[in-house]
Write a protein that binds this ligand. Structure first.
Ligand code: FE2
Length: 438
C-alpha cells in the first residue's frame, strides 16, 4: 500500500502518563511528537480528545490454524489439554487449506478491529501434507499490509514421539516459517523431552532463527524442561531469541527450586509467555479442592528481570470455547490470576500485551517514539489500567498512519429520573493517580 498523506494526531494521552501530546505521521512513521505541534496547512487531523493512544496490541502466543474451529468434529468434554490434543488429531484429517485460510482471515479481521496488529502463531507441522503451514503462509502474505503474522513450526504430537516430525518441521522452515517450536513435556520420556530441546535449539542456532517452545504445560512440579531450554540458550549464544511458553509447572514447583530457576532464566535472556485465559481453564483439571490456578509465576519472573508477555493462545478451538481477539481481556485475566492489582502491577499487565510481546517477536520500529512505524490504537480510556478495567473500545486503529478500523464509543442511554441521559464508564483521574506516570 502507498503511504497515506501526512496526519497529525491531536491531544493524546500516552501509556507513560504524558497528556496533551500531538504526534505527526509522515510516510508511515512518527516524525514529531510533543505538545501543540505546528504542522503544515492542510495536514489531516485526528482528534484524540485526551484518550489513550497506545502502540498496537501484540499477541506473542496463538494458534491460528485451529482458531474458530470450535465444535468440529465435537467439543472438548473433559476440558483438558490432552483431550484437546486428541480432538485436534481427529479434526486434522478433515481440514482443508481453504477452510483454514477462511477462518484465519476472519480472525485477523477481528484482531485488526481490536487493535491487535502483530501475532505470533504456532502452526502444527505434524501432518505430512503440511496443509496448515501452506494455509498460514498464504494468510501471512495476504494480511501483511495490515497485520504482522509470525509463524512458529510446532510439532504438536512431539518432535521425537511423532513419526516424521523433525523432517516436516525442517520442510516448514524451508517453506518460510521463521521460528522453531517444540513441546518437550509431550515427548515419551523426560529424557526425550530434554533431547528435543537440545536438537531444536541446535537447529535454530544453525539456521539463525528464533525459538519458542511450549514448555512444561502441565501441573507436574517435576516438569523442568525450562531449565534445559535456558541451558541450551546460553550454550548456543541464543540469548534474547528464545521464548518459553506456558511454564505452568512452575506454579506447582517447589519454592526452593523456583528460587534457583528464576535467575537462570533471567541470565539466559529467555523470554516467558503466560497464557492466562488458557492456563486458568486447562490446568488444575485433575485437582479436587483446592484447585491450582496453573499460571506461571508472573510477578516473580518480572522481579527477577525476565521479559514476560501474555498470549491469547486459543480462540474457539478444541482447547478453548471462548475469546474474541481482545488482548485487554487477556491482560485482565492475567492481572486477576496473578493478583497484580497494584497500580504498578496493572501497568505491567498492559505492557505484557504490548511492549513486552513486541520484544518477544523482535518487531522492528514498534512504539510511539519518533522514527517508529505509525501503528497505534486509540482507546476509550485515560490510562492503561482504565483500558484493562473497561476492556476499552478501540476508537481508532492506525497502521502506517492509515486508519484501518474504527469503533463507536461505548455509552448507554439512561432512563432514570434526576440522573443524566447518558452514562460514561470512564472516570476523571483521581488526585492520587494524577501524574502517576512510569
Ligand atoms: Fe499454545
Amino acid at each position: 500500500m502507498e503511504h497515506p498523506p501526512p496526519l497529525v494526531i491531536r491531544t493524546a494521552t500516552l501509556p507513560d502518563g504524558r497528556s496533551g501530546i500531538d504526534l505527526l505521521v509522515e510516510a508511515g512513521r512518527f516524525t514529531a511528537l510533543g505538545p501543540a505541534l505546528r504542522v503544515a496547512a492542510g495536514t489531516e487531523v485526528l482528534e484524540a480528545d485526551g484518550w489513550l493512544l497506545s502502540p498496537p496490541f501484540v499477541d506473542a502466543h496463538f494458534h491460528l490454524d485451529s482458531a474458530l474451529s470450535h465444535g468440529l468434529p465435537r467439543v472438548n468434554v473433559s476440558g483438558t489439554l490432552l483431550e484437546g490434543i486428541g480432538l485436534w488429531g481427529e479434526l486434522k484429517p478433515l481440514l482443508t487449506e481453504e477452510a483454514i485460510v477462511e477462518r484465519a482471515l476472519q480472525y485477523c479481521d477481528w484482531a485488526v478491529a481490536r487493535g491487535l496488529l502483530a501475532i505470533r502463531s504456532h502452526v502444527d507441522v505434524c501432518d505430512d501434507r503440511l496443509l496448515a503451514v501452506r494455509a498460514l503462509l498464504d494468510v501471512k502474505r495476504r494480511v501483511a499490509p495490515w497485520l504482522d503474522l509470525q509463524l512458529v513450526a510446532f510439532p504438536q504430537d512431539g518432535l521425537l514421539r511423532a513419526p516424521g516430525a523433525m523432517a516436516n518441521l525442517k520442510r516448514a522452515l524451508d517453506l518460510g516459517v521463521e521460528v522453531v517450536g517444540g513441546i518437550p513435556h509431550f515427548e515419551r520420556t523426560a529424557e526425550q523431552g530434554a533431547d528435543s530441546v537440545r536438537l531444536l535449539c541446535e537447529l535454530a542456532a544453525e539456521r539463525g532463527l528464533r525459538v519458542d517452545m511450549h514448555c512444561d504445560e502441565s501441573d507436574d512440579p517435576q516438569s523442568r524442561h525450562i531449565e534445559t531450554l535456558a541451558f541450551h540458550t546460553q550454550r548456543l549464544g541464543l540469548q534474547g531469541r528464545v521464548t518459553g511458553s506456558h511454564l505452568t509447572s512452575m506454579h506447582s514447583m517447589d519454592n526452593y527450586h523456583a528460587s534457583k530457576l528464576l535467575p537462570l532464566i533471567a541470565e539466559a535472556g529467555v523470554h516467558v509467555v503466560a497464557n492466562p485465559l488458557i492456563n486458568i481453564t486447562l490446568q488444575g483439571r485433575h485437582d479436587s479442592y483446592p484447585k491450582r490456578r496453573g499460571m506461571t509465576r508472573v510477578p516473580e519472573l518480572l522481579a527477577a528481570g525476565v521479559n514476560v508477555g501474555f498470549g491469547h493462545d486459543c480462540v474457539l478451538d478444541p482447547w478453548y470455547a471462548l475469546g474474541s481477539a481482545d488482548m485487554l481481556e487477556v491482560a485482565a485475566m492475567g492481572l486477576h490470576v496473578a493478583q497484580m492489582t497494584s497500580l504498578q502491577g496493572q501497568r505491567q499487565c498492559f505492557d505484557a500485551v504490548t511492549v513486552n510481546n513486541a520484544r518477544i517477536l523482535g518487531l522492528e520500529g514498534y512504539g510511539l517514539d519518533v522514527g517508529c512505524r505509525a501503528d497505534a490504537v486509540l482507546l476509550q480510556a485515560r490510562s492503561p489500567e482504565e483500558a484493562i478495567r473497561l476492556r476499552a473500545q478501540r476508537l481508532c486503529v492506525l497502521r502506517g498512519g492509515r486508519v484501518v478500523a474504527r469503533m463507536a464509543p461505548a455509552t448507554a442511554e439512561l432512563h432514570l429520573p434526576g440522573r443524566p441521559a447518558h452514562v460514561d464508564f470512564t472516570r476523571q483521574t483521581t488526585p492520587a493517580l494524577a501524574g502517576a506516570g512510569r
